[in-house]
Design a protein around this ligand. Structure first.
Ligand code: 3HC
Length: 327
């Protein structure tokens, strides 16, 4: 009996080894892993983690700017902002659907968010105090999102990579409209220019921290790079963001609030100061300026929508009963 069970588990190990080798060979050849392909459990788990938290970020990320839809300075700005916030809702749905291909459910993911167990991007836990914040979010946050998300269009997991293609196209509009808001303020009155500078002062470092902890403190970098979920590390994308954004700030006539910022000709990149990682990890633990407000708004929206979910479920049940009764 014992010998037989040892033989069975040895055969199972061999089969697993063969499947793992086939999985890694696909990654090495740049062939996308699809939902019905075999994949290591840990690959599936880290994708559910990252994609669902990405979706949560889009879903919660609607709140800071939505706060200004009713107070946009013109009908055109209001329509543009409405379109952007609506896009974020669509990105969330895209990403929740991509995560569901891995076997998790919308209810499970939302329960994790609303209970505070799941993360969403730290950046959305800061307040939008003025109209300049709306422009700065588009310029910096969506600008950072583009840098972080374009490589994800080549992620090894097919459904995620394909969802990212459309998301990235819409992010470009988001970033442009934000930059346009700031360009308008920066070519306006001294008060408007001061508004733009104040927003940059408050949003710069939270945007730099959006890319995650330093590589040395990243718990997922190494494995996500090996599995080609990530193609660049947190610090590599952070550097790309700083290099891209510094000239844009100069074009606007704004000063980036980092006294250590200077171009390093030897490296061909900007050297910059150290973010306040204590602040970052405090925000991740729920201690940011708006964590409670953001999660509270999402819990309230979910509770308020309970009757819609119940009505839709009752309607679907009625239709199913009618379909079976005529069959
Ligand atoms: N905010 C919240 N949590 C963060 C974070 C951030 N900015 N950066 C890292 N973390 C968390 C990670 O989730 C992980 O925690 P977990 O194990 O509980 O999930 C921990 O900190 C360690 O970080 P790692 O760097 O090891 O984790 P990752 O390898 O997952 O890298 C990431 C973090 C770069 C955010 C990566 O998850 C990623 O690229 N995600 C997809 C893109 C994304 O989510 N972007 C968020 C913004 S979406 C957005 O801006 C929408 C736009 O339309 C406005």
């Amino acid at each position: 009996m014992y010998t037989q069970s040892v033989e069975i588990s040895a055969a199972a190990d061999d089969e697993n080894d063969a499947r793992l080798a086939a999985f890694e060979a696909k990654l090495d050849r740049g062939i996308a892993i699809e939902a019905d392909d075999w994949m290591p459990a840990a690959y599936r788990e880290t994708l559910v983690r990252q994609i669902s938290q990405h979706a949560h970020s889009e879903y919660v990320g609607m709140l800071p700017e939505a706060n200004w839809i009713s107070r946009a300075p013109s009908l055109e700005r209001k329509c543009v902002l409405l379109a952007k916030v609506q896009d974020e809702a669509g990105h969330a749905l895209y990403l929740y659907s991509a995560a569901e291909t891995l076997g998790t459910s919308r209810d499970e993911m939302l329960a994790a968010l609303l209970s505070g167990r799941a993360k969403y991007s730290s950046i959305f836990n800061y307040p939008t105090l003025t109209w300049a914040d709306v422009g700065t979010i588009g310029w910096l946050v969506d600008g950072a999102a583009i840098i972080n998300q374009v490589p994800l269009t080549r992620c090894s997991y097919g459904p995620y990579a394909r969802a990212m293609v459309r998301v990235c196209k819409e992010e470009s509009f988001h970033q442009r409209q934000g930059f346009d808001v700031l360009a308008t303020l920066c070519s306006g009155t001294p008060e408007q220019r001061a508004l733009a500078q104040d927003a940059l002062d408050r949003w710069w470092w939270p945007a730099v921290m959006m890319f995650g902890p330093p590589d040395a403190q990243s718990s997922h970098n190494e494995r996500s790079m090996r599995w080609k979920i990530k193609h660049f590390t947190n610090d590599e994308l952070r550097q790309r963001f700083v290099d891209q954004t510094v000239p844009q700030a100069a074009h606007l006539g704004l000063t980036i609030p980092d006294p250590a910022l200077r171009f390093n000709a030897e490296r061909g990149h900007y050297d910059f100061g150290t973010p306040n990682w204590d602040e970052f990890f405090a925000v991740l633990r729920g201690g940011g300026p708006c964590n409670r407000e953001r999660l509270g708004a999402r819990v309230a929206a979910h509770d308020d929508g309970a009757w819609v979910r119940a009505a839709a479920a009752a309607h679907a049940l009625k239709r199913a009963e009618r379909a079976t009764s005529v069959a």
